[in-house]
Every structure is written in C-alpha cells, then in structure tokens.
Design a protein around this ligand. Structure first.
Ligand code: FMN
Length: 274
C-alpha cells in the first residue's frame, strides 16, 4: 500500500485496524478519496465535460443491455432555482449544472409500439428497479470520472422530496422518472469537503452466508463515536450515526416533504410496480 492509500484508508475508517494488504493504484486512490461537494467555485465547467461524463456513464454495465436510463442536464439559472426549492438545498441553485438521472423505458416502449408488440413485463416492480439500478450505475461512473477531473459532485435524492414537482418541472413523459439529481462543479477551495468515515468492514462483510459480526453492536457504537467526532470537526449538528439514521427513517415526510408519494408518482408515470 502506498502512503497516500494508507492515509486515505485511515481517513475513510478512522480506526486502529491497519490494512497492510490493500492493493493500490491511481484509480483506487481516486475512489477512496471521494467526498460529496456542496460548495462550488465560480470556475465554469471545462469544455467537453458533458460529452466526456456521458461517455463514462454509458460505459457502465446495463441490465440485459436494455440501456433504460437517460440523462437530463439543467443549466438554466431559473430552473436550477426551482429545483433547489424542491430539494430544499440552496447550493443546488449555485452549482453550474444539475444532472438528473432518469429511469427511462420510453425508448423501448416506442420501439415495441412500432412493431405492434406489448410489454407486460413493464408492469412489474422489477422494471422500475432495473431502470433505477441502471441510472445509478451510470451516475456513479460519471461521478468518479468527474472527481478524476478535479470536479466535485453530490447526489440529490432531495429531488424526490416532491417527485411530482420534479416530473412537472422537467416535463417528463410516461415511463420516465427521476431516480436522483447530481450537482456538479469545481469545489470551492474555501469550503473544502472532508472524507466521511464509513462503518468498519467487519460489519459490512459476510462470507458464504449472512452472519452478523458477533461484536456488531460494539463496533457500531465505536463508529457512532468516531462519526460524532467527525461531525464536530465539520461543525455539523449531528451527535452520532445511529441517531442520525434512526431519525432519518422515523418520518417519511419529515419537514413537510412528499416522499410518501414517490410510489404513486412512479405509478402515474406508467410503472404499476406489481
Ligand atoms: C442516492 C443518494 C442521494 C443523496 N441525496 C443527497 C441530497 O439530496 N442532498 C445531499 O446534500 N446529499 C445527498 N447525498 C449525499 C450523501 O449524503 C453522502 O453521500 C453521504 O452522506 C456520505 O458522504 P460522502 O459522499 O461525502 O462520503 C445523496 C447520496 C446518494 C447516494
């Protein structure tokens, strides 16, 4: 392991467990260095950024080669402002561009209609899942490629705070729905983002069958403390990870959002999700 990789490992886990056997190369270091960026400089995106990132996104694996996702890019300041209201995040309006990753069976439906074919498989939950997974894999390729160019990104699940409003704003046709957005821009050097620690590998990894680690509870408690310290350093008002995730999952429509309506909106877009 090279020194940068050791440092990145340390920042990612912040525990005493030294990993000597981690394989290292520039791609792995790039991935380990990920952090979400919510503050951008005024520097415009480089020429060719969209075509480059789209090519990396399209290079991701896609279920059965269906390619059932699309990318919608928003750069218009007024539209970004409206999206930032849906997301309830001011930085969304300040990012140079917002990428909206869409699940999209409309192209396939069009081909089927042309051939007089029916697509009953679209009625099942699996199709919404396939479109969402495809979109997520594509987006993550683009996010890593962006980071390799010195750009920063943050996913915006918050565009689902009011999914119908996002669908309307983007004028999405049947069989198209937003999986999430992604803000992109050069990071503001005055507000650098830090690497956020993750759970220890011992609680994530299972071998052969699902067997929670015998010390899972202690391991998570120790992680709660480490993340509490991280949040304190970052001046973020969250005490610990477990408390944060429990609170997040206690109220689907927290703060007056409409996330409980995501299922109905996706159904209205033409996915019965049986
Ligand atoms: C699908 C998805 C949706 C997300 N939605 C939001 C969001 O709406 N707003 C936000 O600020 N961060 C959002 N994030 C970023 C996460 O909060 C972030 O990835 C997580 O806290 C870990 O931090 P890191 O990415 O800096 O390592 C989202 C991440 C994912 C994967």
């Amino acid at each position: 392991m090279t020194t940068p990789t050791k440092t990145l490992w340390q920042e990612r886990y912040r525990d005493d467990h030294q990993q000597e056997r981690l394989i290292s190369n520039p791609v792995i270091e790039q991935i380990l260095a990920h952090r979400s960026v919510r503050a951008y400089s005024d520097q415009p995106l480089p020429e060719g950024w969209l075509e480059t990132l789209l090519a990396t996104a399209q290079s991701a694996a896609t279920s059965s080669n269906l390619q059932v996702w699309s990318l919608l890019v928003v750069e218009d300041p007024a539209r970004k402002e409206r999206l930032s209201k849906i997301a309830r995040q001011a930085h969304v309006a300040r990012a140079p561009a917002i990428l909206v990753w869409l699940a999209d069976f409309s192209r396939i439906q069009q081909q089927a209609t042309k051939r007089g074919a029916e697509l009953p498989a679209l009625d099942y939950f699996d199709s919404a899942l396939i479109g969402s997974v495809d979109a997520a894999l594509a987006a993550q390729n683009a996010a890593l490629a962006a980071e390799s160019l010195g750009l920063g990104t943050v996913y915006l699940g918050s565009l689902r705070n009011d999914l119908q409003a996002t669908v309307d704003e983007l004028q999405l046709p049947p069989l198209v729905f937003p999986v999430f957005g992604m803000a992109i821009g050069y990071p503001d050097p005055d507000k650098p983002a830090a690497i956020k620690p993750r759970l220890p590998q011992a609680v994530i990894l299972h071998r052969e069958t699902y067997q929670p680690h015998p010390q899972q509870d202690e391991l998570i408690s120790a992680f709660d403390q480490r993340l509490g310290e991280f949040y304190q350093e970052q001046k973020i008002n969250v005490s610990d990870w477990s408390g944060h995730v429990i609170e997040r999952l206690q109220d689907i429509d927290a703060g007056g959002t409409a996330r409980s309506q995501i299922g109905p909106v996706i159904r209205r877009q033409g996915y019965p999700m049986r």
